[in-house]
Design a protein around this ligand. Structure first.
Ligand SMILES: N[C@@H](CCC(=O)N[C@@H](CS)C(=O)NCC(=O)O)C(=O)O
Length: 242
């Protein structure tokens, strides 16, 4: 049995799958994809992931994309320890939560790409940029590449994204009755949002994670970080020290 993960160390969707794999105690091989060099848009990579994004899991050679789907698949194939609620209602809530978190990725991208893809994209000539855009399968990501290359996100747009991410934390605060987000047990619901919280905690709004600001989320975040799998999943600092 082989599990190969095409991923990027700083990608939130990749971090989600790494954390899930480590919680499961599964052995996996990594294949790093350099996003700023557009390796995710190479013909070889598009053959395993038509969306041209990371991560992609290959289980015994069979490719699967979408981090939430990958995690659910892994939980079905490797059920121990279970990382999805057994109760059908809680399972449905978990799926809606993961979908909701996925919908916030654009807000994270506005902060994240400034440190990575933007640095390379803004140096491209118009012809190079045009060629880069032609390789991107999704219209939405073409727009983002175009934006960071030529018209970086404004302070107003960053403030809007920060507000959306803080609203996510507020929602989490309201879900913390059982210590974890859904059904009183650690699950994909917690794992799915952990990479987002990591970015908020280190750059976007560290004060938002203070116990005085959101006691439930602060305790949750400490509990997530203290799990041995968290260190193994390597959520290293996003921004390299100057
Ligand atoms: N919904 C997808 C999102 C994947 C995604 O957006 N990946 C980002 C990194 S977190 C990526 O590959 N960005 C590079 C690009 O769009 O060019 C998932 O959860 O797998």
């Amino acid at each position: 049995m082989t599990l190969i993960l095409h991923h990027a160390w700083k990608s939130s969707a990749s971090r989600r799958v790494r954390l899930f794999l480590e919680e499961k105690g599964l052995a996996w091989e990594g294949r790093e994809v350099d996003l700023s060099r557009q390796q995710q848009h190479s013909p070889e990579y598009l053959a395993v992931n038509p969306l041209g994004v990371v991560p992609t899991l290959l289980h015994d050679g069979r490719p699967l994309h979408e981090s939430g789907t990958i995690c659910e698949y892994l939980d079905a194939v490797f059920p121990d320890p279970p990382l999805r609620p057994r109760d059908p209602y809680d399972l449905a809530l978990m799926r809606n939560w993961v979908r909701h978190v996925d919908g916030q990725i654009g807000h994270l991208i506005r902060f994240n790409w400034r440190h990575s893809i933007q640095k390379r994209a803004e140096k491209m000539t118009d012809a190079e940029l045009q060629a880069a855009l032609e390789r991107i399968p999704s219209a939405e990501r073409r727009d983002v590449w175009q934006r960071v290359a030529r018209r970086p996100y404004t302070e107003e747009e960053l403030a809007e994204s920060k507000a959306a991410l803080l609203a996510l934390l507020d929602q989490m605060e309201g879900m913390m009755a059982g210590g974890w987000l859904i059904g009183g047990a650690y699950s994909l619901a917690d794992i799915a949002v952990a990479p987002f919280v990591k970015r908020v905690s280190e750059e976007i709004a560290p004060e938002a994670l203070a116990p005085s600001a959101r006691p439930g989320v602060a305790a949750w975040w400490a509990a997530v970080q203290s799990r041995p799998a968290y260190a193994r999943a390597r959520f290293d600092p996003f921004v390299d020290p100057a």
